[in-house]
Design a protein around this ligand. Structure first.
Ligand SMILES: Cc1cc2nc3c(=O)[nH]c(=O)nc-3n(C[C@H](O)[C@H](O)[C@H](O)COP(=O)(O)O)c2cc1C
Length: 303
């Protein structure tokens, strides 16, 4: 009873006091404007964070780390500079050796290419031949004509030995722990293992580096769009040229060796090893696995 009496007298007083306080307080009187202001501030903060994230996505680190992302640029904060200076456009001169059988002849040449893992250490092809092949590779198309490749030709035995030491050390670990059992099983028919005599027997090693970016004349970083695709195309042309010159080759991509080989050859950090190519003549008793190639009907789809 006592509590009911207390409620009926004290509560209405308290309630009216609270109402008076609220109606006198400017903060509560203007709550719709304050709420709107808060919402606008939040929206501005969100837009700023989103823009920063987009800029970071198009930053160098992102380009260097992943190759397969669509390159998206938000250059609002940096001055746009042309990748190429303005060049006049000149009449296109078609190839001189236009030959309807050229494709067939090229196929006949290329079907003879095989990966050779046993090289003749005593016969060294002339360096001019290798240079011509690298010239041919340098004619490859590249993203925005950035030519993002470096071909390091190693012929000194001491350097080849250092390359071999690095590769064999890493390959021991690759074969024993890094590579999945399925990978090791898939390689078994090729008779490959962690011992790589071809790295010292082959008269030339060509280490092909992709340049993740270049430098402009005023010292800024220059974007190398699709540097891995461009360098891979150049490497393909190099393989064809070596075959046309009668030389044998082996494409290798030794796992985890890139940084050590880059340091060995004192290449800058914007260069990443893509392919380590052994080049020379095959050993007399060289054997290759009896592989079959997919036929045209399996690799071409007509529409
Ligand atoms: C991207 C790539 C990486 C390769 N890596 C290696 C390698 O690390 N070691 C090796 O002995 N062969 C390597 N090869 C050679 C392949 O095993 C060889 O091309 C394949 O077995 C087909 O044989 P063929 O080149 O005689 O046609 C590589 C080839 C390519 C295209």
């Amino acid at each position: 009873m006592c509590f009911v009496a207390y409620r009926s007298t004290v509560f209405p007083q308290l309630q009216s006091k609270m109402e008076a306080l609220l109606s006198s307080c400017k903060l509560f009187k203007h709550w719709p404007s304050i709420l709107l202001g808060l919402l606008v501030a939040l929206a501005i903060k969100y837009i700023k964070t989103y823009r920063k994230r987009r800029l970071r996505t198009s930053s160098w680190e992102q380009l260097e780390g992943t190759e397969n992302v669509a390159v998206e640029f938000t250059l609002a904060d940096s001055a746009i500079q042309p990748a190429l200076e303005e060049k006049p456009h000149v009449p296109f001169v078609p190839g001189h050796n236009l030959n309807p059988n050229g494709g067939r002849r090229f196929y006949e040449l290329m079907r003879g290419r095989r990966s050779v893992r046993a090289f003749n250490a005593n016969i060294k092809p002339p360096i001019d031949v290798v240079e011509d092949c690298i010239r041919a590779a340098g004619t490859a198309p590249s993203g925005a004509h950035t030519e993002p490749w470096t071909f390091c030709v190693v012929e000194q035995l001491a350097v080849k030995q250092s390359v071999r030491e690095i590769v064999e050390h890493e390959e021991q670990i690759n074969y024993s722990t890094r590579m999945h059992a399925q990978w090791v099983t898939d390689l078994r028919p090729l008779h490959t293992n962690a011992v790589k005599p071809y790295l010292t027997d082959a008269p030339y090693l060509i280490l092909i580096f992709k340049q993740t970016h270049g430098t402009t004349t005023d010292g800024r970083k220059k974007l190398h769009y699709y540097n891995e695709i461009s360098t891979s195309i150049a490497a393909g042309i190099l393989l064809c040229a070596l075959q046309a010159a009668g030389l044998c080759s082996l494409v290798t991509t030794p796992l985890n060796c890139g940084p050590a080989l880059r340091r060995l050859l004192e290449r800058p950090t914007n260069e990443k090893l893509l392919i380590l190519l052994a080049v020379g003549y095959a050993e007399d008793n060289c054997k290759v696995p009896d592989l079959e190639r997919k036929g045209l009907q399996s690799i071409m789809v007509k529409y």
